[in-house]
Design a protein around this ligand. Structure first.
Ligand code: MF3
Ligand code: CO
Length: 272
Protein backbone atom coordinates (compact mmCIF):
# COMPACT_ATOMS: atom_id res chain seq x y z
CA UNK A 1 0.00 0.00 0.00
CA UNK A 2 1.10 3.53 -0.78
CA UNK A 3 2.83 5.10 2.23
CA UNK A 4 2.11 8.38 4.00
CA UNK A 5 5.32 9.79 2.54
CA UNK A 6 4.32 8.89 -1.02
CA UNK A 7 0.88 10.40 -0.46
CA UNK A 8 2.15 13.82 0.60
CA UNK A 9 2.77 15.17 -2.94
CA UNK A 10 -0.50 13.63 -4.15
CA UNK A 11 -2.42 15.40 -1.38
CA UNK A 12 -0.58 18.63 -2.13
CA UNK A 13 -1.77 18.49 -5.73
CA UNK A 14 -5.42 18.01 -4.72
CA UNK A 15 -5.13 20.73 -2.10
CA UNK A 16 -3.77 23.15 -4.68
CA UNK A 17 -6.91 22.47 -6.69
CA UNK A 18 -9.03 23.49 -3.70
CA UNK A 19 -9.97 20.01 -2.50
CA UNK A 20 -10.23 19.35 1.25
CA UNK A 21 -7.60 16.70 1.96
CA UNK A 22 -7.16 14.53 5.07
CA UNK A 23 -4.50 15.50 7.58
CA UNK A 24 -1.49 13.18 7.61
CA UNK A 25 -2.50 11.57 10.92
CA UNK A 26 -5.75 10.31 9.32
CA UNK A 27 -3.57 8.04 7.16
CA UNK A 28 -2.56 4.97 9.13
CA UNK A 29 0.97 3.65 9.29
CA UNK A 30 1.44 -0.11 8.72
CA UNK A 31 2.02 -0.54 12.45
CA UNK A 32 -1.17 1.33 13.37
CA UNK A 33 -3.11 -0.68 10.83
CA UNK A 34 -1.92 -3.91 12.36
CA UNK A 35 -3.26 -2.80 15.75
CA UNK A 36 -6.55 -1.54 14.30
CA UNK A 37 -7.06 -4.86 12.51
CA UNK A 38 -6.69 -6.72 15.82
CA UNK A 39 -9.23 -4.46 17.52
CA UNK A 40 -11.70 -4.94 14.67
CA UNK A 41 -11.19 -8.71 14.73
CA UNK A 42 -11.97 -8.86 18.45
CA UNK A 43 -14.93 -6.54 17.93
CA UNK A 44 -16.30 -8.98 15.36
CA UNK A 45 -15.70 -11.98 17.61
CA UNK A 46 -17.63 -10.24 20.42
CA UNK A 47 -20.57 -9.64 18.07
CA UNK A 48 -20.49 -13.34 17.09
CA UNK A 49 -20.76 -14.27 20.78
CA UNK A 50 -23.62 -11.80 21.27
CA UNK A 51 -25.42 -13.40 18.32
CA UNK A 52 -25.44 -16.74 20.18
CA UNK A 53 -27.50 -15.42 23.11
CA UNK A 54 -29.93 -13.10 21.31
CA UNK A 55 -33.37 -14.54 22.10
CA UNK A 56 -36.76 -13.68 23.50
CA UNK A 57 -36.66 -13.20 27.27
CA UNK A 58 -33.01 -12.26 27.75
CA UNK A 59 -32.29 -8.86 29.25
CA UNK A 60 -30.08 -6.26 27.62
CA UNK A 61 -27.92 -6.50 30.77
CA UNK A 62 -27.10 -10.07 29.70
CA UNK A 63 -25.84 -8.68 26.39
CA UNK A 64 -23.69 -6.23 28.35
CA UNK A 65 -22.29 -9.09 30.45
CA UNK A 66 -21.32 -11.11 27.36
CA UNK A 67 -19.68 -8.10 25.71
CA UNK A 68 -17.67 -7.31 28.85
CA UNK A 69 -16.64 -10.91 29.52
CA UNK A 70 -15.66 -11.82 25.96
CA UNK A 71 -13.82 -8.53 25.37
CA UNK A 72 -11.86 -8.70 28.62
CA UNK A 73 -11.06 -12.41 28.37
CA UNK A 74 -9.31 -11.62 25.07
CA UNK A 75 -7.32 -8.77 26.58
CA UNK A 76 -9.54 -6.00 25.23
CA UNK A 77 -11.33 -3.06 26.81
CA UNK A 78 -14.92 -1.96 26.12
CA UNK A 79 -14.62 1.53 24.66
CA UNK A 80 -18.13 2.72 25.63
CA UNK A 81 -17.61 2.04 29.37
CA UNK A 82 -17.31 5.42 31.07
CA UNK A 83 -16.83 7.09 27.68
CA UNK A 84 -18.15 10.59 28.40
CA UNK A 85 -19.98 9.02 31.32
CA UNK A 86 -21.70 6.20 29.40
CA UNK A 87 -22.56 3.70 32.17
CA UNK A 88 -22.37 0.35 30.32
CA UNK A 89 -20.10 -1.66 27.97
CA UNK A 90 -22.24 -1.74 24.83
CA UNK A 91 -25.20 0.08 23.29
CA UNK A 92 -28.42 -1.91 22.83
CA UNK A 93 -31.10 -0.02 20.90
CA UNK A 94 -34.56 -1.53 20.43
CA UNK A 95 -37.26 -0.64 17.88
CA UNK A 96 -37.81 3.17 18.04
CA UNK A 97 -34.47 3.65 19.81
CA UNK A 98 -32.08 4.99 17.18
CA UNK A 99 -28.82 4.46 19.08
CA UNK A 100 -27.08 4.66 22.47
CA UNK A 101 -29.63 2.47 24.24
CA UNK A 102 -28.36 1.60 27.74
CA UNK A 103 -28.41 -2.07 28.79
CA UNK A 104 -30.54 -2.79 31.86
CA UNK A 105 -31.72 -5.70 33.98
CA UNK A 106 -35.23 -4.30 33.55
CA UNK A 107 -35.26 -4.47 29.73
CA UNK A 108 -36.27 -7.88 28.37
CA UNK A 109 -36.24 -8.67 24.66
CA UNK A 110 -39.68 -9.48 23.31
CA UNK A 111 -40.78 -11.47 20.28
CA UNK A 112 -40.74 -9.21 17.22
CA UNK A 113 -38.21 -6.71 18.61
CA UNK A 114 -35.46 -5.45 16.32
CA UNK A 115 -32.28 -4.73 18.25
CA UNK A 116 -29.07 -2.97 17.34
CA UNK A 117 -26.03 -4.09 19.31
CA UNK A 118 -23.15 -1.63 18.91
CA UNK A 119 -19.79 -2.95 20.11
CA UNK A 120 -16.61 -0.89 20.36
CA UNK A 121 -13.36 -2.50 21.44
CA UNK A 122 -9.90 -1.27 22.41
CA UNK A 123 -6.92 -3.62 21.89
CA UNK A 124 -3.39 -2.41 22.70
CA UNK A 125 -4.72 1.15 22.47
CA UNK A 126 -6.34 0.72 19.04
CA UNK A 127 -10.09 0.94 18.38
CA UNK A 128 -12.63 -1.18 16.53
CA UNK A 129 -16.31 -0.22 16.15
CA UNK A 130 -19.19 -2.10 14.51
CA UNK A 131 -22.85 -2.90 15.04
CA UNK A 132 -25.40 -5.44 13.86
CA UNK A 133 -29.17 -5.75 13.83
CA UNK A 134 -30.86 -8.73 15.45
CA UNK A 135 -34.47 -9.87 15.06
CA UNK A 136 -36.09 -11.54 18.06
CA UNK A 137 -38.15 -14.43 16.74
CA UNK A 138 -40.77 -13.61 14.15
CA UNK A 139 -41.24 -9.96 13.33
CA UNK A 140 -43.34 -7.90 10.96
CA UNK A 141 -42.68 -7.53 7.26
CA UNK A 142 -42.08 -3.80 7.71
CA UNK A 143 -39.41 -4.35 10.36
CA UNK A 144 -37.60 -6.95 8.26
CA UNK A 145 -37.80 -4.60 5.29
CA UNK A 146 -36.39 -1.70 7.33
CA UNK A 147 -33.37 -3.81 8.26
CA UNK A 148 -32.88 -4.90 4.64
CA UNK A 149 -33.00 -1.30 3.42
CA UNK A 150 -30.53 -0.29 6.14
CA UNK A 151 -28.17 -3.03 4.95
CA UNK A 152 -28.55 -1.78 1.36
CA UNK A 153 -27.83 1.77 2.53
CA UNK A 154 -24.66 0.64 4.29
CA UNK A 155 -23.56 -1.42 1.28
CA UNK A 156 -24.13 1.52 -1.07
CA UNK A 157 -22.09 3.75 1.23
CA UNK A 158 -19.27 1.21 1.37
CA UNK A 159 -19.31 0.81 -2.43
CA UNK A 160 -18.84 4.58 -2.79
CA UNK A 161 -15.87 4.67 -0.40
CA UNK A 162 -13.04 4.47 -2.92
CA UNK A 163 -9.65 6.15 -3.10
CA UNK A 164 -9.80 9.66 -4.58
CA UNK A 165 -13.59 9.74 -4.26
CA UNK A 166 -15.02 12.27 -1.80
CA UNK A 167 -16.73 11.79 1.53
CA UNK A 168 -19.92 13.29 0.09
CA UNK A 169 -20.08 10.38 -2.35
CA UNK A 170 -20.75 8.06 0.58
CA UNK A 171 -23.64 10.12 1.93
CA UNK A 172 -25.09 10.63 -1.54
CA UNK A 173 -25.06 6.88 -2.23
CA UNK A 174 -26.83 6.16 1.07
CA UNK A 175 -29.35 8.94 0.47
CA UNK A 176 -30.25 7.56 -2.96
CA UNK A 177 -31.09 4.12 -1.53
CA UNK A 178 -33.07 5.57 1.38
CA UNK A 179 -35.09 7.89 -0.87
CA UNK A 180 -35.85 5.11 -3.36
CA UNK A 181 -37.29 3.08 -0.51
CA UNK A 182 -39.30 5.80 1.24
CA UNK A 183 -37.33 5.76 4.49
CA UNK A 184 -35.43 8.59 6.19
CA UNK A 185 -31.89 9.15 7.39
CA UNK A 186 -30.95 10.50 10.82
CA UNK A 187 -28.77 13.54 10.21
CA UNK A 188 -27.61 14.44 13.72
CA UNK A 189 -25.24 11.48 14.03
CA UNK A 190 -22.83 9.94 11.57
CA UNK A 191 -19.85 7.75 10.96
CA UNK A 192 -16.41 8.85 12.06
CA UNK A 193 -12.72 8.32 11.76
CA UNK A 194 -11.80 5.52 14.14
CA UNK A 195 -8.69 3.56 15.08
CA UNK A 196 -6.29 5.76 17.03
CA UNK A 197 -9.16 7.33 18.96
CA UNK A 198 -12.78 6.23 19.37
CA UNK A 199 -14.18 9.18 17.45
CA UNK A 200 -11.86 11.03 15.08
CA UNK A 201 -12.28 13.27 12.09
CA UNK A 202 -13.67 13.06 9.51
CA UNK A 203 -17.40 13.11 10.29
CA UNK A 204 -19.09 10.78 7.78
CA UNK A 205 -22.58 12.11 7.03
CA UNK A 206 -25.08 9.51 5.80
CA UNK A 207 -26.61 12.01 3.37
CA UNK A 208 -24.99 14.55 1.11
CA UNK A 209 -23.84 15.64 -2.28
CA UNK A 210 -21.55 13.55 -4.48
CA UNK A 211 -18.24 15.16 -5.40
CA UNK A 212 -18.11 17.29 -2.24
CA UNK A 213 -16.24 17.06 1.04
CA UNK A 214 -12.96 15.51 2.06
CA UNK A 215 -10.89 13.46 -0.35
CA UNK A 216 -10.68 9.75 0.53
CA UNK A 217 -7.20 8.28 0.33
CA UNK A 218 -5.62 4.88 0.98
CA UNK A 219 -4.85 4.31 4.65
CA UNK A 220 -7.87 6.12 6.11
CA UNK A 221 -10.00 4.08 8.54
CA UNK A 222 -13.50 5.18 9.46
CA UNK A 223 -16.98 3.89 10.18
CA UNK A 224 -20.13 4.02 8.09
CA UNK A 225 -23.20 3.46 10.25
CA UNK A 226 -26.45 4.73 8.77
CA UNK A 227 -29.39 5.17 11.15
CA UNK A 228 -32.52 4.67 9.06
CA UNK A 229 -36.04 5.51 10.25
CA UNK A 230 -39.26 3.99 8.95
CA UNK A 231 -41.04 7.30 9.63
CA UNK A 232 -39.72 10.85 9.84
CA UNK A 233 -36.02 11.56 10.28
CA UNK A 234 -36.38 13.65 13.48
CA UNK A 235 -34.99 12.37 16.77
CA UNK A 236 -34.71 13.38 20.42
CA UNK A 237 -32.40 12.42 23.28
CA UNK A 238 -33.70 10.81 26.48
CA UNK A 239 -33.93 13.61 29.07
CA UNK A 240 -33.45 11.18 31.95
CA UNK A 241 -30.33 9.30 30.90
CA UNK A 242 -28.90 11.92 28.53
CA UNK A 243 -27.90 9.25 26.00
CA UNK A 244 -30.56 7.24 24.27
CA UNK A 245 -31.72 8.67 20.95
CA UNK A 246 -35.32 7.92 19.86
CA UNK A 247 -37.32 8.65 16.74
CA UNK A 248 -39.55 11.62 17.49
CA UNK A 249 -42.59 10.02 15.84
CA UNK A 250 -42.08 6.67 17.57
CA UNK A 251 -41.39 4.87 14.29
CA UNK A 252 -38.88 2.04 14.09
CA UNK A 253 -35.21 2.73 13.43
CA UNK A 254 -32.42 0.42 12.28
CA UNK A 255 -28.65 0.80 12.12
CA UNK A 256 -25.75 -1.32 10.88
CA UNK A 257 -22.14 -0.21 11.28
CA UNK A 258 -18.93 -1.32 9.67
CA UNK A 259 -15.41 0.02 9.98
CA UNK A 260 -13.52 0.21 6.70
CA UNK A 261 -10.04 0.88 5.38
CA UNK A 262 -9.61 2.80 2.15
CA UNK A 263 -7.21 0.76 -0.01
CA UNK A 264 -5.51 1.50 -3.32
CA UNK A 265 -8.25 -0.20 -5.30
CA UNK A 266 -11.35 0.28 -3.17
CA UNK A 267 -11.82 -0.58 0.45
CA UNK A 268 -11.61 -3.39 2.92
CA UNK A 269 -14.23 -4.04 5.60
CA UNK A 270 -12.11 -4.33 8.74
CA UNK A 271 -15.02 -5.34 10.97
CA UNK A 272 -16.25 -8.23 8.76
N1 MF3 B 1 -20.40 2.92 19.07
C1 MF3 B 1 -21.00 4.22 18.86
C2 MF3 B 1 -20.50 4.73 17.53
O1 MF3 B 1 -20.65 4.06 16.59
C3 MF3 B 1 -20.63 5.16 19.94
C4 MF3 B 1 -21.20 4.84 21.20
S1 MF3 B 1 -20.62 5.93 22.36
C5 MF3 B 1 -21.24 5.32 23.77
O2 MF3 B 1 -19.95 5.77 17.38
F1 MF3 B 1 -20.64 5.86 24.73
F2 MF3 B 1 -22.54 5.53 23.77
F3 MF3 B 1 -21.04 4.05 23.79
CO1 CO C 1 -19.26 4.33 15.38
Amino acid sequence: MISREELVPVLKKYQDEGVIVPSIDMIRTPQQLEGIRKACALNNLVLDEVAKIMAEGITTQQIDDVVKNVTESHGGICAPYHFEGFPKHVCTSINSEVCHGIPSRRIKLKKGDIVNVDVSTIVDGYYGDASRMFVIGETTHSRRRLIEITRECLNAGIAAAKPYARIGDIGAAIEAVAKANGVTIVEELGGHGCGIEFHEDPFVAHYGVAGTGMLLVPGMTFTIEPMINAGKRHVYVDAMNGWTVYTRDGSDSAQIEHMILITEDGNEILSA
